[in-house]
Design a protein around this ligand. Structure first.
Ligand code: GAP
Length: 524
């Protein structure tokens, strides 16, 4: 956890008023209830790396399982109205170094970094925003103030201005409406007049330099350049290198997709915003291979599909944004990229990338064909066309997905047993049912235990017999459990139980022998 992030040990005493306090409340809830912990916490915590606790691991697994089910096991109907063909893959994290060389990652998987000669800090150049200043006489001041971009950037700029203005008596006011990122400001000739984010004088930031984000490692006993390789920075290259294997061994025909979920590693220089930008994360990637002539139609199809998919699991349409990346910012081989962005608390009122849908053309297969001297073309027997397929890639982050879903699910309502509660989609909720005996005597626990033992064969259930029913509801609401079942004295006579719905807090009496059907209907 970075210094800007909150301590995670207490319940929010009032409804979070700002997006920053909403994030603080969520971080606290996620820690308190065992969703997310900082890695190596007992040793002080590792920056940019997170562990998922019991509830978090189940929640993340549910998200990944949902993606796998909707992509591989039951893919959507394609542009011709027939189910698209998608097969799964689980490729290794370690691959020969040549895999990364041929697609340019060894040379180019990098960020532009600047160092500050005064503060000795290192920054990602595209994370620095520069603000102009007007002198008291209305002329533009020579100096620009640099601050880290993100939530609160304007407040930070104002604070920096106030702190520095005694040193620069000619300064009149800060211009807040025409700031620009560091690289642009440098290009415009301001390199020597920018005051770095933690510096007191202009011109202390170095030239931007490329910093490779891949973690390197050595395979085998000897550590030499020959044995060096990298932990994969994206899962997709394992898909491209297996394209021929899959084509030769599965009964797939173009168009078809290969889907994979797995860990990726990037030595991010400025990991930040909780689990948004971390050094180890999971991706859910689909590489969809199609005829180049149909690729733009498939591109539009996958953008629409993925946009709908996130909404289907609970993200509000108003919190999502399709960011069409302009041609000049796309990779040279790409005919289109749309980032599906979510309004995270730390980006609000702006948005941050949740998933990228990219048209990768034939770039990767062509590079691997050239590098491996293995034919990776496709012969279409129906049309007699021979081509290297084009690839449409919807690439989502499982961790960013979890974070967006948690942010969206977080609710605060004073009138409830726990004011803080999570309105998670039942399919993603880590616990589906809380099962409570009202009292721990008179045969009530025996009936509750029987129900628990029956239902836990199909659903993750938690049996809770401690404290008042209100406190038990509160515990379940906090972790997003959709239904609670309470067995009371009446249950012994009428063979019915009380089922409480998390969202409405409405209670219903349901016959025990109908409970399975009732629950199945509610948890779909
Ligand atoms: N194969 C394409 C690719 O890797 P990307 O935009 O770099 O594209 C895809 O990554 C997704 O992976 C992002 O939309 C994001 O959800 C997730 N992701 C990327 N870097 C991440 C990081 N440092 N921490 C957490 N998630 C990350």
């Amino acid at each position: 956890m970075t210094a800007a992030e909150p301590a995670a040990n207490s319940q929010a005493a009032q409804a979070p008023q700002t997006s920053q306090s909403k994030l603080a409340a969520l971080v606290s809830l996620a820690k308190r209830r065992g969703f997310i912990f900082q890695a190596s916490e007992i040793y002080g915590g590792m920056n940019g790396v997170y562990d998922y606790g019991p509830l978090g691991a189940q929640f993340k697994k549910n998200l990944k399982d949902s993606w796998w089910r909707d992509m591989v096991e039951s893919p959507p109907l394609g542009i011709d109205g027939k189910p698209v063909q998608i097969v799964g893959l689980d490729s290794a994290i370690l691959q020969l170094r040549k895999v990364w060389d041929v697609v340019g990652h060894t040379a180019n998987f990098n960020d532009q970094m600047v160092d500050c000669r005064e503060s000795k800090n290192r920054y990602r150049a595209d994370h620095i925003q520069c603000f102009f200043i007007k002198n008291k006489d209305g002329s533009p001041a020579a100096e620009l103030i640099a601050v880290m971009d993100g939530d609160g950037v304007l407040d930070d700029a104002k604070k920096r201005f106030q702190k520095l203005r005694n040193k620069f008596p000619a300064w009149g006011e800060l211009s807040l409406d025409n700031s620009r990122d560091l690289l642009t400001a440098r290009k415009e000739g301001f390199a020597e007049t920018i005051i770095g984010p933690e510096a007191s004088a202009p011109g202390t930031l170095t030239e931007p330099r490329a910093f490779n984000l891949m973690f390197q490692t050595y395979v085998g006993a000897i550590q030499s350049d020959d044995s060096k390789t990298f932990l994969r920075p994206e899962t997709c290259q394992g898909i491209f290198t297996n394209f021929k294997n899959v084509l030769d061994t599965s009964r797939v025909k173009v168009p078809f997709g290969i889907a994979q979920i797995g860990k990726a590693f990037r030595n991010e220089v400025t990991p930040r915003n909780y689990t948004f930008r971390t050094r180890e994360f999971e991706q859910m990637e689909l590489e969809f291979f199609c005829n180049p002539e149909e690729s733009l139609k498939w591109f539009d199809f996958w953008v629409a599909q993925r946009y709908e998919w996130w909404q289907g699991y609970g993200l509000k349409k108003s919190s999502l944004f399709q960011h069409v990346i302009p041609a000049e910012e796309r990779a040279f081989y790409s005919q289109g990229t749309v980032d599906l962005e979510y309004q995270f608390p730390f980006t609000a009122p702006g948005f941050g990338e949740l998933e990228g849908v990219a048209h990768r053309g034939d770039f990767d297969l062509s590079r691997h064909q050239e590098g491996s001297k293995t034919k990776l073309n496709y012969f279409d027997a129906e049309t007699s066309q021979n081509f290297i397929p084009h690839v449409i890639e919807p690439s989502a982050g499982a961790d960013r997905g979890c974070l967006a879903l948690l942010c969206d699910a977080y609710q605060y309502d004073e009138s409830r047993p726990s004011p803080e509660w999570l309105k998670l989609d039942p399919r993603l909720a880590p616990v589906k049912l809380g099962i409570f005996p009202l009292v721990n005597k008179d045969g009530v626990p025996e009936v509750a235990e029987k129900i628990y033992n029956d239902l836990r064969k199909s659903y993750i259930c938690q049996y809770d017999a401690k404290q008042s029913i209100g406190k038990r509801y509160a515990r379940m609401d906090e972790c997003g459990t959709p239904l609670c079942v309470t067995v009371d004295h009446d249950s012994l006579n009428d063979q019915k139980v009380t089922v409480r719905d998390r969202n409405t807090a409405q209670q219903e009496r349901v016959a025990i022998d109908q409970l399975g059907t009732y629950v199945a209907g509610k948890l779909r």
